[in-house]
Design a protein around this ligand. Sequence first.
Ligand code: SF4
Length: 206
Amino acid sequence: MKKSVFDLDFQNTSVESRIIASLERISQAFRVLLWQEGMEHSLSPIQVQALIFLLHHSEEKRKVSYLADEFNMTKATISDTIKSLEQKKLIKKEFDPRDTRSYVIHLTAKGKNIANKTALFAQQFLAPVEKLHNDDKQNLLLSLIEIIRHLNETDIITIQRMCFTCSYYQVSESGKKHFCKLLNQELKRTELRVDCPDHIFAKQKD
Ligand code: SF4
């Protein structure tokens, strides 16, 4: 029988399990900070996440179906979130004249103001990361990107916009040199992106 990474006897003999347990602790910290930030503005965590996403992403991504995939939620749940943000006058909808069921979501001035404030909720994580040696930052970033790629390939994270799955991305045979054909430049390991506005899927999943 497989052992759980949360089984302490097993965990303390397995570095992989301790890494996963550490990621879980970090994700818990994200949840706590999101919750606290939301409480200050009478918003739920998903409402805070939606506002931050809307603040930093282009129009074609600011639609209910895209948000549902982004947050791995149903369209109905995201529609409720958007409805609630609209009632709070934080967003407004711009309907498509060719299809009145479809709309782009825009932040109002009040919504932008709150999104800018709440987007700082993760600042506490910056201090320890900034203190890392540059080589450790590179290794950490690459390792996290590999974990995200695996989670995407196994359909746990539906959407990601990182270099490794982009049609503009090229890697040398040795796997050590990374290149962006759009920017027409080599990307250092610390320059690999996890959320690129120009990302285009190299191939669509079935
Ligand atoms: S377009 Fe963006 S995601 Fe694609 S390779 Fe270039 S930097 Fe990476």
